[in-house]
Unconditional design. Structure first.
Length: 595
């Protein structure tokens, strides 16, 4: 299928800009976010409305402060941070502290606070930061997630950890206070069969809650016990112990130091498939909305999500979760009036006016799968927004560049945990590994050999702790162990091509197993090729790691009965898998060579 044909499949009246540079903060600086209640109901909160509530709250506090007697001790700039007590700081944010409580100079912060919380400013739609590990620029918003672990002051910057990322921020963007046990800090808790993340947002410290797993996923955590974590992987019963570990770059004192938790759907690459059908997705919306189902812009779109998954290689269930949250089950004004289910273009100070318009809800789904995900956020070869093929958090995944909300990725993944009180059959079916540390210019080999041809991915910006779907384990002739993985970008004739339709069988690669730590051992695999143990690539008849005219000639000669093919060469020539090598296979190889 040509690029022109693909474009005709996705008609837009207005298409928001989808290109980005590696050093920009990204396109999707969203001025709204989603809150999910304990029953799975969603509410979209717009920043201007939230700030209006915060202004009222500040006026009330100002009136209360005016009634305080003159006998209270005077607070000076030098001692503001140090004087915050348990009683004063309960529910307190940067806007109930004097402006001088913001970090003004390195000596003040280092002397005043040794075990601290950094409350992120809520006066702006976002703040910028620099990732310590990669040096990449990033952004987040205190209105969507207000508290972060304070790790100290470095080179005039306040170092914090939130949503998985360790970052240096401008001191004026946070208020640092000493930790006390009754303060508002995010935590995790196992309750009613689920692992919940409870987080605070906005200057009023409203409490949000998101399902991030089943209790069975974290057998080392006790029910109804608070655990602290700012990455969702390692959990602590003591906040100060967590801070000490963070500062020493270790997790040795976590209760699960040897078995970090990875939220399956948050770290599953979009290059996977759901086992649900289009009818299943329709039924989910119908069950949620009841009589209001027919007026939802998600009405009868299940098959569109599935067909987009099969054509563009974007997991329908993950895309569905994003659509539900961004459109409030297809009922938001942007969805209803603009057929825009994903908030595409809904940025800056007027998200409704900026949001893109689609001719139909179906086109919105197709555009999200092809333009935004497949040839955008999942283009690991050329797109600066690529931080991994998963939903992720602020350390990695689409969340880094898609939304200001630090918990956008886990909220999209959370939709799946509200479908049933028991895990779906596909829960933890895939094996997921992590390329630990910071990675750039990663080599994806065509076969399990260092001498094989390779595609270089992750070229535009470094990615930290990159998840991969592991399909198989292979040993080469020298005894080296390799993992066969699902590529995030289509691979055509030995080259990355984000414009191509994704092929789950074709678009695989090999990486040294020594680079990867397995964090989820899958129970099954819905996207593994029919023969997961094969060490050859379809079309690579001569086994040189590439598909070239030499392979084309070998197939032609076999069909003309001028030469023989046996073993893996014969299997590689059978492009359509019908058990024989015919002109149809010959044409397929020719089309690959001709792109």
């Amino acid at each position: 299928m040509s690029i022109l044909t693909l474009c005709l499949l996705i008609p837009l009246i207005y298409s928001p800009r989808i290109e980005a540079t590696d050093d920009g903060i990204g396109d999707m600086i969203t001025d709204y976010f989603t809150v999910i209640d304990d029953e799975g109901n969603t509410e979209i909160i717009y920043l201007n409305e939230l700030q209006g509530e915060q202004e009222i709250e500040k006026e009330v506090r100002a009136l209360e402060e005016a009634t305080v007697t003159d006998s209270e001790p005077e607070t000076t700039e030098e001692n503001t941070v140090m004087m915050v007590s348990n009683e004063q700081n309960r529910g307190l944010t940067s806007y109930s502290l004097a402006s001088s409580a913001h970090i003004q100079a390195e000596p003040v912060t280092t002397r005043a606070v040794t075990m601290g919380i950094a409350y992120i400013t809520t006066s702006r739609s976002y703040i910028e930061y620099k990732e310590v590990e990669t040096g990449n620029k990033g952004y987040t918003a205190g209105s969507y997630g207000v508290d972060a672990a304070y790790l100290g002051s470095y080179n005039g910057k306040a170092r914090i950890k939130i949503s998985g990322v360790v970052a240096d921020v401008d001191p004026d963007d946070v208020t640092v206070v000493s930790y006390a046990s009754d303060m508002d800090v995010s935590y995790y808790i196992v309750s009613d069969g689920y692992l919940l993340h409870r987080y605070y947002y906005g200057s009023t410290h409203a409490l949000g809650s998101t399902r991030v797993g089943f209790a069975s996923d974290v057998p080392y955590l006790s029910a109804e016990t608070k655990y602290y974590s700012y990455d969702g992987h390692y959990f602590y019963t003591n906040y100060e112990t967590m801070l000490n570990d963070y500062r020493n770059d270790t997790y040795s004192h976590a209760v699960n130091a040897s078995s970090p938790h990875y939220n399956y759907y948050q770290y599953l690459s979009h290059r996977s498939k759901t086992q649900l059908t289009g009818s299943d997705l329709n039924q989910i919306v119908s069950n949620q909305l009841g009589s209001g189902y027919s007026s939802s812009k998600l009405y009868n779109l299940g098959d569109v999500f599935i067909s987009s998954q099969n054509q563009f290689g974007v997991n329908a269930l993950l895309a569905f979760g994003v659509a539900v949250n961004e459109s409030n089950w297809g009922r938001s004004a942007i969805a209803q009036n603009k057929n825009n289910l994903f908030g595409h273009g809904a940025v800056d100070e007027d998200p409704y006016a900026q949001a893109g318009v689609y001719r139909s809800p179906e086109d919105s789904v197709k555009s999200h799968a092809y333009s935004f995900v497949s040839k955008g956020y999942l283009d690991s070869a050329t797109d600066g927004r690529y931080r991994g093929g998963h939903l992720g958090d602020k350390q990695g995944g689409m969340n880094v560049k898609y939304a200001s909300d630090p918990y956008w990725g886990e909220k999209a993944a959370a939709r799946i945990y509200y479908l049933s009180s028991e895990p779906l059959a596909e829960h933890r079916a895939m094996t997921i590994g992590i390329l630990g540390g910071s990675h750039q210019n990663v080599k994806y080999y065509a076969s399990a050999s260092y001498s094989a041809s390779y595609v270089t991915v992750v070229r535009r910006a470094a990615v930290e702790d990159l998840p991969v779907i592991i399909l198989d384990t292979v040993q080469d002739s020298s005894g080296n162990t390799w993992y066969k993985v699902q590529s995030d970008v289509p691979i055509i004739n030995g080259a990355a091509d984000c414009y191509a339709e994704y092929d789950y069988d074709r678009d695989v690669a090999y990486i040294p197993a020594s680079l990867v730590t397995t964090v989820i051992n899958g129970t099954g695999n819905s996207t593994t090729p029919s023969d997961p143990t094969q060490s050859y690539t379809k079309g690579d008849v001569n086994g040189d790691g590439r598909i070239t005219p030499a392979d084309y000639v070998k197939v032609k000669n076999y069909i003309m009965e001028t030469s023989a093919l046996t073993g893996e060469a014969l299997e590689a020539a059978d492009m359509n898998g019908d058990g024989q090598v015919t002109a149809a296979d010959y044409v397929r190889i020719k089309n690959i060579i001709m792109s």
